[in-house]
Design a protein around this ligand. Structure first.
Ligand code: ADP
Ligand code: MG
Length: 269
């Protein structure tokens, strides 16, 4: 759900500054929440932001009151049909924010892409061909290391890896780093960089989280984002009101953290 006004009609010179995939093979680590709230925070700071939904669960798309069961044109059509352009599927939203919606059809995309031998770099080439300008493109990817995650990582210049701070976090981070390495070395995106590993759901009252965060920082050094996203019920409550936490509870720790992440990102070009 999203309570904003929908504004159509984007024009401008073709240019995308940063394409960032938000990825982690684990579900429930805050990928979709980060894509949304970071996007809203960046847009609030004046950037033009395109959100891309590559997840068959399409929770990002549902958030904006679009029904992923009834999407005539979506990232699925973009991947399947060469004649479909970004201009045909884009949904301009509010304040410099736009969306390439996903659909439940994405669940079959992995098989169809392989069966029909379609290019996995289609999202990237479509963005290159597009005449619509953005400062940031944030790509929400599904859990699991499937073809759609690869599509997202091939389209991206950078990867932001949200990770929960618990005893399996380091293992999970290693797995995604391995995938990033493979995408760089064997799959034709040698320039893919890591924006950062983003600690999410941080609970400072927990007996273990502060120590685990300390260990992660020692291991990952500057690869770990300075900003840490706290566990904050406002973050989970905001979608029920059709809002990002940045709009729903601007004074909450969660909102402040996503605004800080947006500023951090802007200084690490
Ligand atoms: N910082 C947070 N504090 C509290 N709840 C959160 C936070 N981040 C995400 N959530 C909630 O956790 C759930 C999983 O987050 P989500 O972003 O959907 O994960 P993923 O996309 O990685 O599967 C959602 O219900 C979301 O509202
Ligand atoms: Mg998700």
């Amino acid at each position: 759900m999203y309570n904003g006004i929908i504004v159509f009609g984007i024009t401008g010179q073709a240019c995308v500054s940063r394409i960032i995939a938000v990825a982690n093979q684990k579900g429930g680590v805050g990928k979709t929440t980060t894509t949304l709230n970071l996007g809203v925070a960046l847009a609030q700071q004046g950037a033009r932001v395109l959100l891309v939904d590559l997840d068959p669960q399409a929770s990002l798309t549902s958030f904006f009151s679009l029904d992923p069961y009834r999407m005539e044109r979506s990232t699925y059509s973009l991947l399947m049909y060469p004649e479909v352009t970004i201009a045909r599927i884009i949904r301009p939203l509010v304040n410099g924010l736009s969306l390439l919606p996903g659909s439940v059809d994405l669940a079959t995309a992995a098989i169809r892409l392989v069966q029909a031998n379609l290019p996995l770099g289609r999202l990237r080439s479509a963005m290159r061909e597009s005449r619509i300008s953005f400062d940031y493109v944030l790509i929400d990817t599904p859990p699991g290391l499937n073809v759609l995650t690869v599509v997202g990582l091939l389209a991206a210049d950078e990867v932001l890896v949200p990770t929960q701070i618990n005893h399996t976090a380091i293992q999970g981070v290693r797995a995604i780093q391995d995938v990033i390495k493979r995408i760089r070395e064997n799959m034709g995106n040698p320039g893919l960089a890591t924006t950062g590993i983003l600690a999410t759901f941080f609970d400072s009252d927990s007996a273990y989280a502060p120590q685990t965060l300390h260990e992660l920082r020692a291991l990952l050094k500057e690869q770990l984002c300075q900003t840490v996203i706290p566990y904050d019920p406002s973050v989970a409550d905001a979608p029920y009101k059709g809002k990002s936490v940045v709009d729903f509870a601007p004074e909450s720790q969660g909102a402040k953290a996503y605004l800080a992440l947006a500023s951090e990102l802007a200084t690490t070009t």
